[in-house]
Design a protein around this ligand. Structure first.
Ligand code: KIV
Ligand code: ZN
Length: 513
C-alpha cells in the first residue's frame, strides 16, 4: 500500500518572490483555479502580512477554492499570525504556516536572538495560530544549516504546542541528497510524537539539487513536498512540482508514496504560470520544456517509431501535451467556442466576458485559419485585464521598416477614453513602437525584459510577447498575443502600463522572507 505524498504548492508565495514575478489578484486567482484543477493538496496563496494586496488575494482564493487547503505564511509574531488567520478564514480548509530561523548564523546575525528565545517564540507562534485553526505548519527556516540537536529540540516543543506539519527547509539550497535525507531520518527518529505529524521538505535550487534533495527526503520519510510550477522561486527557485510528481509516478517501483495530482493538468499549469510571470520555460526543461518529448536524432526517432518505450519513459499526453490539435476555425460558432473553453477548464465570468472573447476569437480566425488550444489560452489571457483597468488602449499602429532606413512607428492610443497620437523612430520596429507609445504615455517606466514566443508552429502562429516594466518599487509583466508581433508587442507594453496604472497592482513588499 502506498502512502499519500502531500503536494504543497508555493508558486503563489515563494514563486512570487522571484524578481518580477509579482502577480495581480486576478492572476493569482487564475493560477489558484488551475492548481485546484490539478488537484494539489495545499495552495500556499501568499504572505498575508506582507501587504493589503497579498491579504486580499489570499482571502479571495480562500473563498473560491474547495478542493485544496489554502495556506498563508506568517512570521512567528502575533500580528503576522493574526493577518494569516483572518486571510484564510473563508477557506473550507485553511492552514497557517509559521516560521522562524534556526541556524546559528540566522539566529545570531538576522534575528539577534538566543536559541532559547527562538524556541520560546516558535511555541508562542503555534499557540497564537491555534486561535484560528488546528491546521498549523511550522518551518525551521535554514534547517539545512541548523544543528540537528537544536532542530530536534524545537520540533519537539512545537509539536507539543499543536503544530501538525513540520517543515524542514533547505532555505539556501546548500544540502546534498544523502546528507539531507539523513537529517530527515534523524529528526523523524529522535523527535517524540514524530508519527503524529506530517514531515515536510522545502528545498531551494541553488546547487541544482532541489528536486533530488526533496526526493531523497521522501525516501527518508518526508510525506509533504513543497514545490512550485516550473521550479519558480526565490533566487534559483524551488523544487519543481512537475519533476517531483512525475518522478514519484514514473518510478512507482521505487517510491513508497503516491500523489493525487491530475498530471494532464501539468503543462497547462506550466504555460499559465510562465505566461503570467513572464518567466519562460527553457526548451530542455524536464516535463514541461518544449523539447522534453522531442526526438531529434535518427536513431532515437527510429526507436520511438518502432516502440515508444525504447526512448520514452513517460507519455507526452500524460503530462498534458496536446498535439497542437486543431480545435476551431472561422466557421465555429459561439457554442463550440464556449464548449472548448469549458473543456480546457477556462472560466470567463459573465456573458459580457464571453462575448468579448468570442469577438476576439472571430477576429483571430479571420487572420489565422486554424485555432489551437494554445491560441485560446492566449486569447482568454487578454480578458484578465478587464476594460475597467484599460486606461491605455491601442487604436491604431503602423510601422515602417526598410533596409538602410531608420525604422519608425505611429500609434493612436486612447488614454482614459481620449484619443492621442504619437510617433517615434527606433533601432527596430518594436523599439520604435514602444517609443511612440511612450511619447503619448510618458510613463518613465524602465523596460526590464522583452521576450517573444511563437504560441504554435508555423509562420502564421501568434507571437506571444511578455514585457516587464519597472517604476519605483513596482515591477509588472504585460502580455499580448497577435499574429503580427509588432502589434503583440504594443499590446503587451500597454498591458504592462495598464497594470502600473491600476490601483489594484500591489507594491511588492515581502520583506526578507
Ligand atoms: O525557504 C524557506 O525557508 C522558506 C520558508 C518560509 C519555508 O520559504
Ligand atoms: Zn523558500
Amino acid at each position: 500500500m502506498k502512502q499519500p505524498l502531500v503536494i504543497f504548492d508555493t508558486t503563489l508565495r515563494d514563486g512570487e518572490q522571484s524578481p518580477g514575478a509579482s502577480m495581480t489578484k486576478e492572476e493569482k486567482l487564475r493560477v489558484a483555479r488551475q492548481l485546484e484543477r490539478m488537484r494539489v493538496d495545499v495552495i500556499e496563496a501568499g504572505f498575508a502580512a506582507a501587504s493589503p494586496g497579498d491579504f486580499d488575494a489570499i482571502y479571495s482564493i480562500a473563498q473560491i477554492i474547495k478542493d485544496a487547503t489554502v495556506c498563508s505564511l506568517a512570521r512567528a509574531n502575533e500580528n503576522d499570525i493574526r493577518r494569516a488567520g483572518e486571510a484564510i478564514k473563508p477557506a473550507k480548509s485553511g492552514r497557517i504556516h509559521t516560521f522562524i530561523a534556526t541556524s546559528p548564523i540566522h539566529m545570531e546575525m538576522k534575528l539577534r536572538m538566543t536559541p532559547d528565545q527562538v524556541v520560546e517564540q516558535a511555541v508562542k507562534a503555534v499557540g497564537w495560530a491555534r486561535q484560528y485553526t488546528d491546521n498549523i505548519e511550522f518551518s525551521a527556516e535554514d534547517a539545512g544549516r541548523s544543528e540537528i540537536d537544536f532542530l530536534c529540540r524545537i520540533f519537539e516543543q512545537v509539536i507539543k504546542a499543536g503544530a501538525t506539519t513540520i517543515n524542514v527547509p533547505d532555505t539556501v539550497g546548500y544540502n546534498i541528497p544523502d546528507q539531507f535525507a539523513e537529517t530527515l531520518r534523524q529528526v523523524i527518529e529522535r523527535v517524540p510524537n514524530s508519527d503524529k505529524v506530517v514531515w515536510s521538505v522545502h528545498c531551494h535550487n541553488d546547487l541544482g539539487l532541489a528536486v533530488a534533495n526533496s526526493l531523497a527526503a521522501v525516501m527518508a520519510g518526508a510525506r509533504q513536498v513543497e514545490c512550485t510550477i516550473n521550479g519558480l522561486g526565490e533566487r534559483a527557485g524551488n523544487a519543481s512540482l512537475e519533476e517531483v510528481v512525475m518522478a514519484v509516478r514514473t518510478r512507482a517501483d521505487i517510491f513508497p508514496v503516491e500523489t493525487r495530482i491530475d498530471t494532464t493538468q501539468i503543462v497547462p499549469a506550466s504555460k499559465l504560470v510562465s505566461q503570467i510571470t513572464g518567466y519562460p520555460v527553457q526548451p530542455n526543461k524536464a516535463i514541461v520544456g518544449a523539447n522534453a518529448f522531442a526526438h531529434e536524432s535518427g536513431i532515437h526517432q527510429d526507436g520511438v517509431l518502432k516502440h515508444r518505450e525504447t526512448y520514452e519513459i513517460m507519455r507526452a499526453q500524460d503530462v498534458g501535451w496536446s498535439q497542437n490539435k486543431l480545435v476551431l476555425g472561422k466557421h465555429s460558432g459561439r457554442n463550440a467556442f464556449k464548449t472548448r473553453l469549458q473543456e480546457l477548464g477556462i472560466e470567463l465570468e459573465g456573458d459580457e466576458a464571453l462575448n468579448a472573447a468570442f469577438t476576439r476569437f472571430k477576429e483571430l480566425a479571420d487572420k489565422k485559419h486554424e485555432i489551437f488550444d494554445e491560441d485560446l489560452h492566449a486569447l482568454v489571457s487578454e480578458e484578465v485585464v478587464t476594460p475597467d483597468h484599460e486606461h491605455y488602449k491601442l487604436v491604431y499602429s503602423r510601422v515602417c521598416s526598410e533596409t538602410g532606413e531608420t525604422p519608425s512607428a505611429q500609434v493612436t492610443l486612447t488614454v482614459g477614453g481620449v484619443e492621442h497620437k504619437g510617433e517615434a523612430e527606433g533601432s527596430g520596429p518594436v523599439d520604435a513602437t514602444f517609443r511612440a507609445i511612450e511619447s503619448v504615455a510618458g510613463s518613465g517606466a524602465e523596460l526590464l525584459l522583452y521576450s517573444v514566443n511563437a504560441i504554435t508552429t508555423g509562420t502564421d502562429a501568434q507571437g506571444e510577447v511578455t514585457t516587464r516594466l519597472s517604476k519605483g518599487e513596482r515591477i509588472v509583466n504585460g502580455n499580448g498575443a497577435d499574429t503580427d508581433i509588432v502589434i503583440a508587442s504594443a499590446k503587451s507594453y500597454l498591458n504592462a502600463l495598464n497594470k502600473l496604472y491600476s490601483s489594484l497592482e500591489k507594491v511588492k513588499a515581502q520583506g526578507d522572507v
